[in-house]
Design a protein around this ligand. Structure first.
Ligand SMILES: NC(=O)c1ccc[n+]([C@@H]2O[C@H](COP(=O)([O-])OP(=O)(O)OC[C@H]3O[C@@H](n4cnc5c(N)ncnc54)[C@H](O)[C@@H]3O)[C@@H](O)[C@H]2O)c1
Length: 262
């Protein structure tokens, strides 16, 4: 199936909208950046990895479209995030949409997970998302019809073996999504999350190289295919666009049916 931005109905377009995207240099972040720009949004791309951020910026700038800026920041550092959000708002002229895609993963059950790994993972996945929203919500309030979309995971829905820290971090993000949705609805800010199953990206590269892991993911996924970053970007576009104007507090499985079990 081919995609064309010209065929996007108006309710799925983001013309004139200003998006702050964390984890922009990642596999899913890059697909979101490209999709949002095609849909008409200007962008502030935030990531820790300045080399990949620069290369994404170059590739986006090589085609015409709304303004796009890159800002290096560590989402776990309160001052860094506050500065990046301020800079993004100044460059874009405000912020209407926040997409939280920065995240890491780690394997391990409760006994084998190193407490330092546990802390780092929760710091990036949970506190990083909190700090980003904390700094950005005053700008979203001014927008009057803002949207926050966070990438959670199917692991928050199913638990899943050997992912104690990761499942916990994503469960916290689902709770934060619902809590923010309840608090911010009065300001016209909608807050939703997507819960992807297996998606091909640098994060899943080790599994992609491991035939046993791939056999497992294929057998655990009822649909006869796995996810691509574009599948996640399309769902996030829906949650950011006017098409979902009556939707808030939803954590949506995007997992080929994995949470259904088989
Ligand atoms: N790939 C999958 O199968 C999958 C499935 C479910 C959920 N997710 C979630 O989707 C999101 C994106 O994952 P991805 O697959 O694109 O992974 P990825 O590793 O390609 O991208 C993650 C990005 O986050 C950035 N990042 C990490 N720590 C950061 C920090 N402290 N500050 C700023 N940026 C930081 C990294 O530099 C990287 O660019 C993550 O939250 C991940 O948990 C991925």
């Amino acid at each position: 199936m081919t995609r064309s931005s010209r065929s996007l109905p108006a309710r799925f377009r983001l013309d004139g909208r200003r998006t702050l995207l964390t984890g922009a240099a990642g596999g899913i972040g890059e697909a979101i950046a490209k999709t949002f720009r095609e849909a008409g949004s200007s962008l502030a791309l935030i990531d820790l990895d300045s080399a990949r951020l620069k290369s994404l910026l170059r590739s986006l700038e090589s085609s015409s479209g709304p303004p796009v800026f890159a800002i290096r920041a560590n989402v776990t550092r309160e001052r860094d995030v506050a500065r990046a959000v301020r800079e993004a708002a100044a460059k874009l002229g405000g912020i209407d949409i926040v997409v939280n895609a920065a995240g890491i993963t780690a394997k391990g059950d409760v006994a084998s997970t190193d407490p330092a790994v546990w802390r780092r993972l929760l710091d990036i996945n949970v506190t990083g998302t909190f700090l980003t929203c904390h700094a950005a919500v005053p700008y979203l309030r001014r927008a009057r019809d803002g949207a926050i979309v966070t990438i959670s995971s199917v692991y928050s829905l199913i638990g899943g073996q050997n992912r104690a820290a990761y499942s916990t971090s994503k469960g916290a993000l689902d709770a934060l999504t619902r809590s923010m949705a309840a608090d911010l609805a009065k300001d016209g800010i909608r807050v939703n999350a997507v819960n992807p199953g297996f998606v091909r990206s640098p994060m899943t590269a080790p599994s992609l190289r491991d035939p046993t892991a791939m056999r497992f993911f294929r057998s655990a996924t009822p649909l006869p295919w796995l996810g691509d970053p574009q599948d996640v970007a399309d769902a996030i576009l829906y949650f950011a666009a006017p098409a979902s104007r009556f939707v808030t507090g939803v954590c949506m499985a995007l997992d080929g049916g994995r949470a259904l079990g088989r």
